[in-house]
Design a protein around this ligand. Structure first.
Ligand code: AP5
Ligand code: MG
Length: 218
């Protein structure tokens, strides 16, 4: 299966994609995680990306398109993948269409996790993420607290606050989402691929809704 997730910053894409990937044995490709890793490693892509991420703006398309062209054509993705955060505008969606033709794959489903803007601030400002890049599990100080404060339940590494999870950046990130990413909802609706899942409520319930639209049992 090749599944694509859409949704606002803080909608719960990472939370749900991690669990889904583990259950369905699919590769989870999070654009944000890949960019943060590139920044940490000081690669050319990372150096370009950093200033945009720090302002809550989208990173230029060529950086993402090149990154995903490489990932999607790797043998690791041959058994199926979950895209989380790419594409994020129409130019990237068209580039993805071309990449999929090249690797002879099709999207099985596009899932939009729908969350009202009013909930996003609290979700983002209370987020803590595992500092180990292979793990990167998201927690929330109120909604999904770790068993031991500051420590990842999954791997025991320290939790950290993402550098773009600043209250003053949330509106900028939401603005980019509304202006540039929301048009993808119609793009994939017209292709007959779109499913909308209510993203407010318990993560467990949302996971069940996702399994239902995918028509899979775990
Ligand atoms: P990215 O890392 O993708 O950030 P994002 O889209 O802003 O989304 P988030 O990761 O913030 O949220 P999420 O939906 O994954 O939510 P999560 O599960 O963590 O991108 C970062 C930056 O990189 C962008 O701003 C941009 O600069 C750049 N970038 C990335 N992709 C790009 C692209 N394609 N093109 C150009 N630039 C790009 O959950 C959030 C919090 O809520 C957590 O604390 C979680 O514990 C909690 N939570 C989850 N579910 C629930 C629930 N049901 N109830 C209560 N709390 C919940
Ligand atoms: Mg995420």
């Amino acid at each position: 299966m090749q599944i694509l997730f859409l949704g606002a910053p803080g909608a719960g894409k990472g939370t749900q994609c991690k669990r889904l990937a583990a259950n369905l044995k699919l590769i989870h490709l999070s654009s944000g995680d890949l960019l943060r890793e590139a920044v940490k490693n000081g690669t050319a892509a990372g150096m370009t990306a950093k200033s945009y991420m720090d302002q809550g703006k989208l990173v230029p398309d060529p950086v993402l398109i090149e990154m995903f062209a490489e990932k999607l054509s790797s043998p690791a993705c041959a058994g199926g993948f979950i895209l989380d955060g790419f594409p994020r505008n129409l130019a990237q969606a068209k580039a993805l269409d071309e990449l999929l033709v090249k690797i002879k794959k099709q999207l099985s489903c596009v899932i939009d996790i729908n969350v009202a803007d009013g909930l996003i601030h609290e979700r983002i400002t209370g987020r803590r993420v595992c500092s180990k890049k292979e793990c990167a599990t998201p927690f929330h100080i109120k909604f999904q607290p770790p068993k031991q404060e500051g420590i990842c339940d999954a791997c025991g590494a320290e939790l950290m606050i993402r550098s773009d999870d600043k209250p003053e950046l949330v509106d900028e990130r939401l603005k980019a989402y509304h202006e540039l990413t929301m048009p993808l909802i119609d793009y994939y609706k017209q292709k007959g691929l779109l499913e909308t899942v209510e993203g407010e409520g318990e993560p467990e319930q949302i996971f069940k809704s996702i399994l239902k639209v995918l028509k899979v049992a775990v």
